[in-house]
Design a protein around this ligand. Structure first.
Ligand SMILES: NC(=O)c1ccc[n+]([C@@H]2O[C@H](COP(=O)([O-])OP(=O)(O)OC[C@H]3O[C@@H](n4cnc5c(N)ncnc54)[C@H](OP(=O)(O)O)[C@@H]3O)[C@@H](O)[C@H]2O)c1
Length: 279
């Protein structure tokens, strides 16, 4: 199997390149190899690498930045994804598209199922939701993998920020009214490989199991790292940010289980992340 990964220089992309074992031929592309906004560059990359599967993990992921730069959000996240889907459709490649829990509004109080209505509350979420709809039109059998709260050693992420701040501050204030599923890039990368091998299609929710608030996540990070820093719960209102985030964006594991895949708890994933970070 030949696999082409768009977004290979990102958090998930690096984990995919690291974890993709076996006989497959894997090509990783950054924005320097092919800018998603330019269909000619996307087509040339797909024609050069001749993939059976494309994993589209590239995106403009700065959720607050998307609010002040919606043109970039839509041109990369929606239009760029369309360019990749068109190249995939033309060459017959299968497509896995990475999407987000932020396509939901967060008003539910039980885990979001794949069929629940999209109602994004931010520019980033809207760009992902619109991309999903366009991709399903272009390639009805494409696979949309929604994930959430990604962390890993390949770039900036929440645990890394908490550990850096905790090294110099005795107290950290962290929001306690947004609940979601932290997801370790290594575990998600393994799930994506499995989904390719199982010829997955349709929408799949893929996160580590269990859920927490950012405060609970931060408290676990500090505790597992053995730091004395106090973590205090605060409200979203107290920590105003440009983009609105869902209060509840726990993704149900039912669709992933349908492929015989289940991911470890986020606490176990955090332990392995801290080991990997220290190595
Ligand atoms: N991070 C999260 O918490 C989270 C949560 C839910 C869903 N997701 C989704 O999961 C996927 C992977 O996220 P991530 O955290 O690994 O992202 P990331 O670390 O921010 O990496 C983004 C990747 O996209 C590439 N990229 C950005 N603009 C591009 C462009 N115009 N053309 C081509 N490539 C471009 C970057 O390439 P350069 O390095 O060359 O700029 C980089 O490889 C994304 O689709 C994201 O929306 C992420």
């Amino acid at each position: 199997m030949r696999v082409t990964i768009f977004g290979a220089s990102g958090l998930l992309g690096k984990a995919l390149l690291r974890e993709w074992k076996g006989p497959d031929e894997v090509s990783g592309l950054s924005s320097h190899d092919a800018d998603l906004r330019d269909p000619a560059q996307v087509n040339a990359a797909v024609e050069r690498t001749k993939p059976n599967w494309i994993v589209l993990a590239a995106a403009y992921t700065d959720v607050d930045g998307c609010e002040s730069n919606p043109e970039r959000a839509f041109s990369v996240n929606r239009d760029g994804a369309v360019h990749v889907a068109q190249a995939a459709a033309r060459t017959g490649a299968r497509l896995i598209f990475l999407s987000s829990d932020y396509v939901f509004d967060g008003v539910k109080t039980s885990p979001y199922e794949t069929g629940d209505a999209r109602n994004p509350q931010s520019v980033y979420g809207r760009s992902k939701a619109e991309a999903e709809l366009r991709l399903i039109e272009i390639i009805p059998q494409c696979c949309i993998v929604r994930t959430s709260w990604l962390f890993g050693t390949g770039g900036k992420c929440f645990p890394d920020t908490i550990l850096r701040l905790a090294a110099t501050r005795p107290v950290l204030d962290v929001v306690n009214d947004q609940r979601g599923c932290p997801t370790y890039a290594t575990d998600l990368a393994r799930a994506i490989m499995e989904l390719c091998r199982k010829n997955a299609s349709g929408i799949v929710h893929a996160t580590n199991s269990g859920d927490c608030t950012w405060f609970e996540f931060a408290r676990a990070i500090v505790a597992q790292a053995g730091l004395p820093t106090e973590v205090r719960p605060v409200s979203t209102q107290q920590m105003a940010r440009p983009a609105s985030r869902p209060a509840y964006s726990v993704l149900s594991a039912t669709s992933l289980r349908g492929y015989g895949i289940s991911l470890p708890t986020w606490q176990d994933a955090l332990r392995r992340y801290l080991q990997e970070r220290a190595a």
